[in-house]
Design a protein around this ligand. Structure first.
Ligand code: 4NP
Length: 154
């Protein structure tokens, strides 16, 4: 069992998108039972909320369902429990680094290091238009495929 946690700021746009896309891909590849997947935010603002309606809409147009997801905040247990803790941007990563015990720091990385785009951060789409949400999906789809390949090879 490999446990994967996706992390962004609010846990209503980028990390639930990654959660839903990665969940979809492991189901499609018939390996869902080998994974435990969750997402969380570094901030507490949106605890208990479903993903932003713009994220849900953009995801649904590509066949991913996010409606069942609910926002939560990163908690200290997560650093021990999860095997891969994947930050959407550098700010999320530095927040995680400052909270994570030294012996679990190796679990932390930028999610897009597994993707094929030149960009290494998923831009926050919250204050922008629909294009931003589609761009999040492009980046997340590539990194999700890369992550699954990486885990299956290691
Ligand atoms: P996320 O996007 O980190 O991808 O979930 C955001 C959601 C909400 C806010 C900022 C970013 N906010 O300022 O409330």
């Amino acid at each position: 069992m490999t446990k994967v946690l996706f992390v962004c700021l609010g846990n209503i746009c980028r990390s639930p998108t990654a959660h839903g896309v990665f969940e979809h891909i492991v189901k499609a590849e018939n390996v869902a039972e080998q994974f435990e997947i969750d997402s969380a935010g570094t901030a507490a603002w949106h605890i208990g909320k479903e993903p932003d309606s713009r994220s849900q809409k953009a995801a649904r147009q590509r066949g991913y369902e996010l409606k069942h997801l609910r926002a939560r905040q990163v908690q200290s247990d997560d650093f021990e429990y999860y095997d891969y803790i994947l930050a959407m941007d550098g700010s999320n990563l530095s927040d995680l680094r400052s909270r994570c015990p030294d012996h679990f720091q190796h679990k932390l990385s930028l999610f897009l290091t597994f993707g094929e785009h030149n960009e290494k951060e998923v831009p926050d789409p919250y204050y922008g238009g629909a294009d931003g949400f589609n761009h999040v999906l492009d980046l997340v789809e590539s990194a999700s495929r890369g992550l699954l390949n990486y885990i299956q090879e290691h």
